[in-house]
Design a protein around this ligand. Structure first.
Ligand code: COA
Length: 376
């Protein structure tokens, strides 16, 4: 192989978000806030709300199952999350079992706020480069939860991203990035806390600093930005001044995020979904990607979109998945989150409700702290 540049990157991409959402008008009315603050000021229209049959592992499985058609080639599963369910056991083990990915396979869970998925993508790329012929499944799955009646309530959401990383990827080659690490207390969740300690305004400053430190000009038409809320893309784009993308491009960047809300690790990749879905032909395009994880790390990297990438993306399924969700009223939202928070503290639990018809996976039980899943 000496002298030949091996191309590695994203071969397949998919996402999952729960089947229910809360409209920001509904939340604003209940909280006595002008809806325009949430819709114009924060940039959100809806946020997905996790269902009673699901958790981060079922969401990851829903995202990953449709793109795992060559399970025997998957030698590595990386599960990025900041909503982990166990201090010791990797969520990736439950996922490997649920998806029936055969041995030999290595599994690991990664954490660094919203950056871990990007780290996982680059680690998987390096793994594939050093293990010719092997593939990696890289997923993120998170429930962004700040609590009722908090400033962060409008920046919640839930969802998962899944990617197959391989040689000669059909979707996008992943190029090396520029990272910037800085120890800052902008957002963190110590073991004593159920919700993050967040200084939202300071976090935006830290985000912007990391963007300035890492951005590499390249005349990009599209740049994916990490979005804890959709308006963050506008704020970040302004920082880039002459390198900023157009308002039209920004609409694509935000299109999934403003409907789904914050999915922590996967939020940057919602920008990629929006660009892939909204733009007619991206063949040969180099897309900029800015990843940020509080605490903090920023990384700017690029993706080279491959010829015939349209053959491996599911634009119609992706948009239908969004448009077919059901609206919740305030009571429905509060009951869903109360159920989720209570269940995540249970050592023993049995699911007694009915999963929606379109669900493929469910958390059936928690048995002495061990989670038991079922394929429906
Ligand atoms: N109509 C239109 N816009 C309005 C408005 C109205 N009636 N009322 C307020 N706004 C605008 C404000 O001017 C502001 O715009 P700006 O950011 O361009 O200045 C925006 O809405 C937000 O208002 P603000 O008062 O700053 O909101 P807030 O104090 O409620 O905080 C966040 C907003 C995003 C900081 C907060 O929700 C948060 O901390 N979320 C968590 C974010 C996070 O997780 N960060 C870490 C990961 S990167």
């Amino acid at each position: 192989m000496k002298g030949i540049r091996r191309m590695v990157g994203i071969d397949r991409l998919n996402y999952y978000t729960p089947r229910s959402y809360l409209d920001m008008h509904t939340l604003a009315e209940a909280r006595g806030v002008d809806p325009m603050k949430y819709i114009k000021g924060i940039g959100q229209e809806k946020m997905s709300v996790i269902g009673p049959h699901e958790d981060i592992i079922t969401m990851a499985a829903e995202a990953a199952a449709p793109i795992c058609d060559d399970k025997a080639a998957i030698d590595l599963i990386i599960f990025a999350t900041e909503s982990g369910v166990d201090y010791s056991k990797a969520a990736a083990i439950y996922l490997q079992h649920l998806l029936e990915i055969p041995n030999p396979v290595r599994v690991i869970e990664l954490k660094q706020a919203c950056y871990a998925l990007t780290s996982g993508l680059h680690l998987a790329r390096d793994f594939v480069l050093s293990h010719p012929g092997k593939k990696a499944l890289v997923v993120s799955s998170d429930v962004a939860w700040y609590g009722f009646e908090t400033a962060g309530e409008v920046t919640q959401g839930a969802g998962a991203i899944a990617m197959i990383v391989s040689e000669n990827p059909r979707l996008a080659v992943v190029n090396s990035g520029t990272p910037y690490t800085s120890d800052v207390p902008d957002f963190y969740r110590p073991n004593t806390h159920d919700v993050p300690i967040v200084d939202g305004k300071f976090s935006i400053e830290c985000y912007n600093t990391a963007l300035k430190q890492t951005f590499t000009p390249g005349g990009y038409t599209y740049i994916g930005f990490h979005m804890p809320f959709a308006k963050m893309a506008d704020k970040a784009n302004r920082i880039l001044q002459d390198d900023a993308i157009s308002d039209d491009a920004l609409l694509h960047v935000k299109s999934f995020s403003k409907e789904i809300g914050n999915i922590y690790n996967g939020s940057l990749y919602l920008a990629l979904l929006g660009i892939l879905t909204g733009v007619g032909d991206l063949t040969g395009e180099t897309i900029g990607m800015f990843s940020y994880g509080s605490g903090s790390i920023g990384e700017f990297f690029t993706l080279d979109i491959q010829p015939n990438y349209q053959d491996v993306i599911e634009k119609d399924a992706w948009t239908t998945h969004l448009s077919s969700r059901q609206a919740l009223d305030m009571l429905g939202y509060e009951m869903a989150m109360e159920h989720f928070i209570k269940r995540e503290k249970e050592t023993d639990y049995h699911f007694s409700l009915t999963a929606p018809d379109d669900a493929t996976f469910a958390l059936k039980a928690i048995d002495n702290g061990h989670r038991v899943y079922t394929r429906l």
